[in-house]
Write a protein that binds this ligand. Structure first.
Ligand SMILES: Cc1cc2nc3c(=O)[nH]c(=O)nc-3n(C[C@H](O)[C@H](O)[C@H](O)COP(=O)(O)OP(=O)(O)OC[C@H]3O[C@@H](n4cnc5c(N)ncnc54)[C@H](O)[C@@H]3O)c2cc1C
Length: 499
């Protein structure tokens, strides 16, 4: 059995890994986490997807308690503004839309309504979208026996408070924190395994398994073990961001907003006490100064921090696990924050590592399995992200023209072609985003199939109006009775400062 694990880095990735691993492994596995306050953490990463809720379950922290500790709010989806065309707006929610009609997915009924010129906005039939549009929230799991899906939700939170909470949990579970800058990494010449770290003051930290959570630098996986970074900037061209916080707006929205700008997009993440904002852009098309100016011009209220500049490279590592080192978080790769998938990839990585946790033998086949499954996660999420950029009809700036005309992976091309015919979509194996997500983004970006399913064609205008009208009326009634997002938070999970 492995008795000692070393986590390099104390950002969201490092502390999340330490908290989860110590919870599962208990005192049999000693865990030491090394981080440097002088280097600090990236400090962004405040929007999530619904899988974040498993963290609460896994760590035994009730959701309300978690949100109260991290100044959190609820996220029902992402509103995309100006993506397909300037002036467009659609929401990609975490819930399903409408309800199935026999063998037909709801979107087939909607496509038929469109053919008959009876269509209303697709999101009108999404419970999540209706709740988001009304700035309301309540975690309703099921709408009686209607067959309409309940609310799917994730969280927005303050990244610094999350790191602090995860650290507190991990330390209570026995994780030992070592402060210091790592200056040297020793590798065992016999087997190529990382054996120890030397800190600037000469202290040594040794272990049997090392988790590289050192951020973009990839101190162990890249600098020490030489695992290459596969560059995806030809598909995901953003390479910079500028982030700033501002005062809160009058109404607390239960969704992230992503507004496309001339060479990238701006995020707006509403928390209980402030709004997190950032402009993600490609520096080939806009200068840092102009990017910062555009961000500051688009805030809801006065900024409360200085704009902070960040650089990144989109892509992934050629391997995520090499020898006795597993890269988690930004050291493993980064695909830009558009669909808030990075923290999820940390979670998925840790849970996969727990499934395949090695003995001192480090079985080759297990390592291959870890790598293959993690590549699959990266590649399938990548395709979904590219779709947002590629499927645009903006034509107003060089950046958007590049995205519309760039070559895309064959795997994405196939999905688009299948969809464009008769609105068909198949989710591959365990890929993260469901057909509900893909359908919302396809339609939101104006990729409408040429035809609907043959069986939908027999639906008469009256049948369509009855079926869709029922859903619409029902949702209107349910949403009217729900509390606002702010009221729900005030009652259940208002921020509580803990020292
Ligand atoms: C612009 C932007 C927006 C983002 N938005 C989102 C989002 O909305 N949702 C989402 O899920 N993700 C988002 N992400 C990604 C998210 O921020 C990260 O996945 C997450 O914060 C994890 O980062 P990390 O822990 O890997 O790295 P970091 O936070 O950079 O931590 C690295 C750690 O390594 C330590 N370290 C490094 N070198 C040394 C050394 N030599 N000695 C000692 N310690 C060292 C540092 O001190 C630090 O503790 C975003 C990223 C960017 C760039």
């Amino acid at each position: 059995m492995i008795e000692k694990a070393v986590v390099v880095g104390g950002g969201t990735a490092g502390w999340m890994a330490a908290a989860l691993l110590s919870r599962i492994a208990g005192p049999r596995l000693r865990i030491e986490l090394v981080e440097s306050e002088r280097i600090g953490i990236i400090g962004v990463g405040e929007a999530t997807i619904p899988q974040i809720r498993y963290i609460c379950d896994a760590l035994g922290i009730p959701e309300h308690e978690f949100l109260a500790r991290v100044n959190g709010s609820y996220k029902l989806g992402i509103e995309f503004v100006n993506w397909g065309r300037n002036g467009d707006s659609y929401i990609h929610t975490f819930g399903d839309t409408g309800r199935r009609l026999g063998i037909l997915d709801f979107h087939q009924v909607w496509l038929r309504s469109r053919e008959l010129n009876l269509d209303k906005e697709f999101a009108r039939y999404s419970f999540n979208a209706r709740v988001a549009g009304a700035n309301k929230f309540s975690p309703i799991e099921k709408l009686g026996n209607t067959g309409i899906y309940g609310i799917g939700y994730a969280f927005h939170f303050d990244a610094a408070l999350v790191a602090r909470l995860l650290r507190e949990v991990a330390e209570k579970q026995g994780v030992v924190r070592t402060e210091g800058i790592i200056e040297n990494v020793a590798v065992n010449p016999d087997n190529g395994h990382v054996s120890s770290l030397t800190l600037q003051d000469g202290r040594q930290v040794s272990g049997e398994i090392f988790l590289d959570c050192s951020g973009f630098r990839g101190l162990l996986i890249g600098e020490t073990l030489g695992v290459e970074h596969e560059d995806w900037s030809h598909w995901l061209p953003a390479d910079s961001a500028v982030a700033v916080q501002c005062e809160n707006a009058a109404e607390l929205a239960p969704y992230t907003r992503a507004t496309a700008l001339s060479a990238g997009w701006q995020w707006r993440i509403p928390l209980q006490h402030r709004i997190g904002n950032g402009h993600v852009y490609c520096s080939d098309y806009v200068s840092d100064q102009d990017a910062a100016d555009m961000l500051l011009a688009n805030l809801d209220a006065a900024p409360t921090t200085e704009p902070r500049q960040l650089r990144f490279r989109t892509g992934k590592r050629a391997s995520f696990w090499k020898k006795n080192c597993i890269a988690l978080g930004l050291s493993s790769g980064f695909m830009e924050p558009l669909e808030s998938t990075s923290i999820h990839l940390v979670q998925a990585g840790v849970s996969r590592l727990i499934d395949l946790f090695p003995t001192r033998e480090f079985t080759r086949r297990d390592i291959d399995e870890y790598n293959a499954r993690t590549h699959f996660d990266y590649d399938t999420i990548r395709d979904f992200l590219i779709l947002h950029y590629h499927a645009n009809q903006r034509d107003d700036t060089e950046f958007w023209r590049y995205c519309a005309n760039m070559s895309i992976p064959d795997s994405l091309k196939d999905k688009i072609e299948l969809w464009q015919g008769h609105g068909r979509f198949y989710r591959n194996d365990l890929e993260l985003f469901t057909s509900a997500s893909w359908v919302q983004v396809f339609l939101g970006q104006n990729i409408v199939p040429r035809d609907c399913h043959g069986i939908a064609k027999v639906l008469t205008p009256q049948q369509i109006e009855d079926y869709m009208g029922n859903i619409d009326d029902y949702l209107t009634k349910v949403v009217a009775k729900m509390p606002t997002h702010a009221e729900y938070i005030e009652k259940n999970c208002r921020y509580r400062h803990e020292t």
